[in-house]
Design a protein around this ligand. Structure first.
Ligand code: NAD
Ligand code: DAU
Length: 373
């Protein structure tokens, strides 16, 4: 029997991870420890409420006594830390909680892991720690971190702390750095669920700048599978990138989504760009593929499945969008949308969609993925 503490397990990726692990490991018990911030949602775990292998604890990772009590009470051997403030735009508006959670919270978890001599501490990190990557290059795990938003800087700081606890105290740690996840239960502030739910309601899709920024959109289930693999077979003290090897322009992602939802491109509205917007991330994923992992979905499959999930699960997102979200949406988009088409951009009606063939295949020829149409 393994006993995992999944911090931040009521959020998007954490809850998918809990579903994934319980479905794939009959001998695991999972304790979700979550503060239930605006992004934490027990609806994500509703289907598990009768599973005796799952327990929920309401708590803050910055509260050392509460984390220690949870570890002791549930005989925890492994911490997998998903807990963080995660939206780049919110980190630009108000960085405070980002620093508190990722820096002090990660430190607290590391201290508890050390105190109890846990078998493993695993940190969920992000490709954003590498910063913007120029065309033709991909980030390797030992590249220097160069974060450019308060969110990315808070995540890079956490990674440095995790590494320091390994080097200094011999704590058995691993880190995964994932690219953009998409799938069920993603809070609709993030691009794909925001665009999908707006499109369903015939509302404009606020696209930052020219919309040609590139992301490696990956299915959340593939990411969860990679984390599981690193827990089983990863080398202690190592970092593993988890991406797809395929870069997708935001407008290309939107083209697929609009197709699935049967909505017109005229919903696209170019708005003022995000300050310091990283144009491109690109992960070298040789290290995780050498461990035996491959993405199970093409980006087109991942985007289509995700869009269809929001179409089919209005019960989940409608209550979120009618709450605190409205104030956030007005603060983030109100003026941008009222300002009309972004200066220098074509009117939405004449916006051209980037054809899917323009999806960029990463440099690495071995990992070339067939054209997406
Ligand atoms: P999310 O915002 O959906 O969920 C975060 C969860 O953490 C929420 O349930 C929230 O309540 C909880 N939380 C926040 N502060 C807490 C605290 N102080 N104590 C306890 N719980 C707290 O985020 P997500 O998209 O699921 O991301 C999960 C992790 O994966 C984060 O560490 C993020 O940086 C990382 N990551 C995300 C992506 C992505 O595309 N979403 C990609 C790579 C890495
Ligand atoms: O790369 C991994 C990261 O992916 C994670 O670490 C973060 O937690 C997660 O939020 C995500 O960060 P991004 O900033 O890449 O994701 P987001 O969904 O916010 O935006 C994706 C792209 O879409 C990005 O280029 C910005 C653009 N965008 C986003 C929003 C919300 C828009 O054009 N309009 C929008 O309204």
């Amino acid at each position: 029997m393994r006993n995992l503490l999944v911090t931040g397990g009521a959020g998007f990726i954490g809850s998918n991870f809990v579903h994934y692990m319980l479905a794939h490991h009959s001998d695991y018990r999972l304790v979700v420890y979550d503060k239930l911030t605006y992004a934490g949602n027990l609806d994500n775990l509703l289907a598990l409420q009768d599973d005796p292998r799952y327990t929920f604890i309401h708590g803050d990772i910055c509260d050392r006594a509460a984390v220690a009590a949870t570890v002791a009470d549930h005989d925890i051997d492994t911490i997998v830390n998903f807990a963080a403030q995660t939206h780049v735009d919110r980190s630009i508006m108000d960085p405070d909680a980002f620093i508190q959670t990722s820096v002090y919270g990660t430190y607290t978890l590391l201290e508890v892991a050390r105190q109890f001599g846990l078998e493993r501490y695993h940190q969920i990190s992000t490709d954003e720690v590498y910063g913007h990557i120029p065309p033709g290059q991909s980030s390797k795990e030992n590249d220097r971190v160069d974060p450019r938003s308060p969110y990315a800087a808070s995540k890079a700081s956490a990674d440095l702390l995790v590494n320091a606890y390994h080097v200094t105290y011999g704590l058995p740690v691993t880190i995964t750095r994932g690219s953009n996840n998409i799938g069920p239960y993603q809070y609709p502030e993030k691009a794909l669920p925001l665009f999908a739910t707006n499109a369903i309601d015939h509302l404009p899709l606020p696209v930052y700048g020219d919309g040609r920024q590139m992301r490696e959109y990956q299915h959340v289930q593939d990411h969860c599978e990679a984390i599981d693999l690193v827990l089983q077979r990863g080398t202690i003290g190592e970092i593993y990138n988890v991406g797809t090897g395929v870069e997708v322009e935001n407008l290309a992602m939107i083209a697929i989504l609009l197709d699935v939802l049967d909505r017109p491109p005229s919903l696209i509205r170019h708005v003022t760009d995000r300050p310091g917007h990283d144009r491109r991330y690109s992960l070298d994923i040789h290290k995780i593929t050498a461990l035996g992992w491959e993405p199970g979905h093409t980006p087109e499959e991942a985007i289509s499945e995700a869009a269809a999930w929001y179409r089919d699960n209005e019960w989940w997102w409608r209550k979120i969008k009618s709450g605190e979200f409205r104030r956030y949406y007005e603060a983030q988009y109100g003026e941008r949308l009222r300002a009309g088409p972004h200066p220098g951009r074509s009117h939405p009606r004449s916006s051209r969609l980037v054809p899917r063939q323009r999806m960029v295949v990463a440099q690495d020829q071995e990992r070339r993925v067939p054209p997406l149409l």
